[in-house]
Design a protein around this ligand. Structure first.
Ligand SMILES: Cc1cc2nc3c(=O)[nH]c(=O)nc-3n(C[C@H](O)[C@H](O)[C@H](O)COP(=O)(O)OP(=O)(O)OC[C@H]3O[C@@H](n4cnc5c(N)ncnc54)[C@H](O)[C@@H]3O)c2cc1C
Ligand SMILES: NC(=O)c1ccc[n+]([C@@H]2O[C@H](COP(=O)([O-])OP(=O)(O)OC[C@H]3O[C@@H](n4cnc5c(N)ncnc54)[C@H](O)[C@@H]3O)[C@@H](O)[C@H]2O)c1
Length: 490
């Protein structure tokens, strides 16, 4: 960005803190107008472009795919194909993934830093000094006409001895390991823990997953959570009602060269257990980076979990009132820490920045999520207990369709996959969808679409062709199985 006196504050028309979904706010609308993008970088390489690209969705799913291939010997065996896994080449898998990811990150950084004259990239941690002003660690001061807070979240670490040892990882570092660990202890029972348990077990590591309570993915619909937990327990070791007490470096050769670690677990009945492993992966949640921004000190409203409070138009609130020209999006402010949510909110904020007298609200309905574990999980809308609570048990209709009862399920000889749909039996309004199994995230998309466009269950099931005998017939049959009235639209 051009010309201000040395030491003078930068005074852009737009400033953005966070280069994840925040990066997409620099639309052609801002061409020729000064913009500042501040980002401190993520992961062990301080990469540009935020969590999803560098240490989140994209590299994890690029590991999920080879792990799924490695797991496919199980299915092959059921189908009479004698497939043997000779091993997974971790360095090759890792390098293929990060060659692509790092190149995209570098290109994105270069474009912002070098190719756009009107954009100043501030590769610094910054802290708010007022509602639309902030200070970087190197003393650069920014006073913006409009400011967007898109500073994301970071992994939570437990306060236990040894958590800072090099053998202890979070999702920020674990994907760049030198070699495939033989034995991994994973702490947590949510998204990240379950995805990495699937990855490491698929690629050949011995996995021990440790969870505080009984059952994994406990926020899901109970039928899905229990079915998933049963599958996970078959594929790797799952220990319940235990927490991490400490991690101690191990020196098995006695040469003063620690290799691996001993994880000390505390059981609910007060016992201590020890597990010798190569690495410990901590995945017990992510906290919004509002503290790094100094949001509270700047007078912004915060939820109890540290998220910045925004209104329906993504405007940041202070004292319950929207602050003019100040927006937030993504993990920093959203209850759902999901990339498609951050991206949607970025599109809403981009519009609102450009059209301050014609504000758009972000969509809160039918927000889906998927967990790319082994097996895959997906959900949208209400769980069955939530539906019962909301409209009363007498009005709720539910259908669980097994993959194994459809033609493609026979082809797969599948005995575990399910799609569950929930509707209001009075008018066929779809309330929720839940899936577990091969391609679960794709199988749920027709339910997400119907819910998003207000299509009732009867119309969604009968108002279109479903390709025979595609796996999607599982979803068709789930919808057909709901006890709902015929649609007036057909
Ligand atoms: C392992 C993993 C797997 C995931 N998989 C999926 C998935 O499959 N699907 C899905 O939908 N979601 C997934 N997510 C969640 C998804 O990655 C996040 O919801 C999304 O990336 C959030 O985007 P954001 O723009 O809000 O924040 P980020 O992308 O985190 O961007 C925030 C940026 O702000 C910077 N920053 C923070 N504080 C400051 C400061 N004070 N000064 C300057 N810069 C600062 C950070 O360095 C960062 O670059 C996954 C997350 C993880 C960790
Ligand atoms: N596929 C996806 O969309 C995807 C993948 C990965 C991450 N994410 C996002 O990232 C977020 C963070 O993922 P996550 O797995 O870290 O969090 P999570 O909220 O999904 O799960 C956290 C787990 O840690 C446990 N836990 C919390 N505190 C603990 C403690 N002190 N000791 C032991 N266990 C504790 C919880 O009981 C829970 O099982 C997710 O909520 C999700 O929104 C999404």
């Amino acid at each position: 960005m051009t010309d201000s006196a040395p030491g003078a504050p930068l005074t852009p028309d737009l400033a953005i803190i966070g280069s994840g979904s925040g990066n997409s706010l620099i639309t052609p609308h801002w061409d020729g107008r000064p913009v500042v993008l501040a980002d401190r970088g993520v992961g062990s390489t301080d990469a540009f472009g935020g969590t999803c690209l560098n240490v989140g969705c994209i590299p994890t799913k690029m590991f999920v795919r080879p792990a799924a291939l490695a797991h496919s010997t199980e299915e092959a065996g059921r189908l009479g194909v004698d497939l043997h896994l000779r091993g997974a080449d971790w360095p090759q898998i890792r390098d293929r993934i990060f060659a692509r990811v790092d190149a995209i990150s570098r290109a994105g950084r270069h474009y912002r830093a070098e190719e756009l004259d009107h954009v100043t990239l501030l590769e610094q941690q910054v802290r708010l000094t007022g509602p639309r002003s902030f200070l970087a660690e190197d003393g650069t001061e920014v006073r913006a006409e409009q400011l967007v807070l898109a500073a994301g979240s970071r992994p939570v670490l437990p306060e236990v001895p040894g958590v800072d040892l090099p053998q202890v990882h979070t999702s920020d570092s674990v994907m760049r390991l030198e070699s495939l660990p033989s034995r991994v202890l994973i702490v947590g029972g949510g998204y990240i823990a379950c995805e990495f348990a699937g990855i490491f077990s698929g690629l050949g590591s011995e996995v021990i997953q440790v969870n505080r309570s009984v059952g994994l993915m406990s926020a899901l619909d109970p039928d899905l959570a229990s079915a998933y937990s049963a599958e996970a327990e078959k594929s790797w070791t799952v220990l319940y009602e235990r927490t991490l007490g400490a991690v101690v470096a191990r020196d098995p050769e006695g040469r003063g060269e620690p290799a691996g670690a001993t994880a000390q677990l505390l059981t609910v009945d007060g016992r201590q257990e020890e597990y010798d492993v190569d690495i410990v992966l901590i995945a017990i949640g992510r906290r919004p980076n509002s503290d790094l921004l100094g949001a509270e000190e700047a007078g912004l409203d915060l939820h109890d979990d540290g998220r910045i409070v925004v209104d329906a138009w993504q405007r940041v609130l202070a004292g319950g009132e929207p602050v003019e020209g100040l927006y937030a999006l993504g993990d920093l402010s959203s209850a759902a820490q999901l990339k498609h949510v951050a991206n949607h909110e970025a599109r809403v904020v981009a519009h609102n920045l450009e059209n301050p007298h014609d504000l758009r609200a972000s969509r809160q309905h039918a927000v889906p999520a998927a967990v790319f574990s082994h097996p895959e999980l997906a959900e949208v809308g209400l769980t069955e207990p939530q539906a019962v609570e909301q409209i009363g048990a007498e009005h709720v209709t539910v259908k669980i369709q097994h993959y194994g009862d459809t033609a493609y399920g026979w082809a797969m000889e599948d005995s575990t996959g399910i799609v569950k749909v929930i509707a209001d039996r009075r008018d066929g309004t779809l309330l929720g969808g839940h899936a577990m199994g091969y391609q679960a995230s794709n199988l749920l998309q027709p339910v997400i679409q119907a819910m998003s466009f207000g299509q009732d269950a009867h119309s969604a099931a009968r108002g279109q062709y479903w390709i025979h005998p595609a796996l999607m017939e599982v979803t068709e049959n789930a919808l057909l199985g709901l006890d709902v009235p015929p649609s007036r639209h057909l």
